[in-house]
Write a protein that binds this ligand. Structure first.
Ligand code: KG4
Ligand code: ZN
Length: 340
């Protein structure tokens, strides 16, 4: 049987589409929105408008590069949530219209599950049980997969996401948005032990990253009062210390969960998976504990439609289809559920 699925992702500021044929990704088209750069963060209203403008051409590009037309599609998958509600509506409405017009199944995809499912795109797929740390600008989650499409949310952030902590810290240090990659770069030549930041302890496998940015803010306020060029003189060491603390909090829970559940297969997902410090820490722990580590290519870690497509493919195989009346959802309920 041939299964050709078109996937659409529009949860934040990337308008993305991908075509997957029998579980093999044919393309992964992404139009990023530059309109937000001057605002230092994503402006929801502008994001929805940009999706509306770009969605037709992005889908067209995906179909054209796959060498197919909409008549060749067997299903259409879309991100139902979580995300910016206006942005989600654009992708959802487009997918519904297409499914209805073509008389093909509609498949709703959970964006957080899709990040984890990005690991099943390459030939070499993780073995179950598989523990995934998803770290992006909007989310921080520890998810355990015991089988295909079985997701158990072990823990998540109670406030800021890890990427958000990077971005907010960078902003306080006067660095441009998104600051994560810059902190990573500057930290590489800094001393992580010169400036100490608080380690917030949360129950279970939950995280909290709002305290560290406040600690940075207060430290800078006090130090700049004594020496106005404090940031300039200590930027690398500040970044190194700040990054080390965020990574320490992430790794602590990952190691704990791996030990508690006897996991040997571990992965990273989300934009922060690009962090070089996190990657080397993970590899270090992997050789210590005998973990097999999976990190998808960077293009599959940040928001993309290929991860929606692979999730859609497996849901199609299960016959897990969605109603046309399904409403986009901005935030997930407990256990990553959409709710009713
Ligand atoms: O997954 P993503 O592209 O978008 C969502 O938030 O869904 O993640 C973006 C986040 C931003 O917070 C960005 O600062 C962070 O990933 N990021 C990094 C690095 N590259 C991207 N954070 C730390 N180090 C990096 N090298
Ligand atoms: Zn995401």
């Amino acid at each position: 049987m041939r299964i050709n699925i078109l996937a659409i992702e529009s949860s934040c500021d990337e308008t993305a589409a991908a075509v997957i044929l029998n579980g093999k990704i044919l393309n992964n088209i992404i139009a990023s929105q530059s309109v937000h750069t001057t605002f230092g963060g994503v402006v929801p209203e502008l994001a929805s408008r940009a999706h509306e403008k770009k969605i037709v051409s992005v889908v067209n590009d995906a179909l054209t590069s796959a060498g197919i037309s909409i008549r060749d599609l067997d299903g259409v998958a879309y991100t139902r949530g979580p995300g910016l509600i206006g942005s989600l509506h654009v992708g959802a409405s487009f997918a519904k219209g297409l499914a209805l017009a073509q008389g093909i199944p509609l498949i709703e995809v959970n964006h957080m599950q899709a990040h984890v499912m990005a690991h099943f795109l390459p030939e070499q797929k993780p073995q179950f049980p598989f523990l995934c740390l998803t770290v992006s600008g909007g989310h921080t989650q520890l998810v355990l997969m015991r089988d295909m499409l079985q997701f158990e949310l072990l823990g998540q952030t109670r406030d800021d996401a890890a990427g958000e902590a990077f971005d907010k810290g960078a902003k306080i240090l006067g660095l441009p948005y998104p600051g994560g990659p810059l902190i990573d770069k500057l930290a590489a030549s800094g001393n992580p032990n010169r400036f100490r930041f608080p380690h917030t302890t949360m129950p279970g496998y939950d995280f909290s990253f709002s305290g560290i940015k406040t600690a940075l803010l207060y430290m800078l306020r006090d130090e700049i009062a004594k020496a106005p060029d404090f940031i300039e003189k200590n930027l690398n060491d500040l970044c190194a210390g700040y990054q080390q603390r965020i990574l320490g909090m992430l790794m602590e829970k990952l190691k704990q969960a791996a030990e508690d559940f006897g996991i040997k297969t571990v992965g990273l997902a989300g934009g922060v998976a690009a962090n070089s410090g996190l990657r080397s820490l993970l590899n270090k722990e992997a050789s210590r504990y005998g973990w097999q580590v999976h990190i998808p290519d960077f293009g599959y870690c940040t928001d993309n439609a290929a991860m929606v497509a692979i999730t859609g493919h497996y849901k199609f195989l299960q016959g897990s289809f969605s109603e046309l009346s399904a409403v986009p959802v901005a935030s997930l309920g407990p256990d990553m559920a959409f709710g009713s």
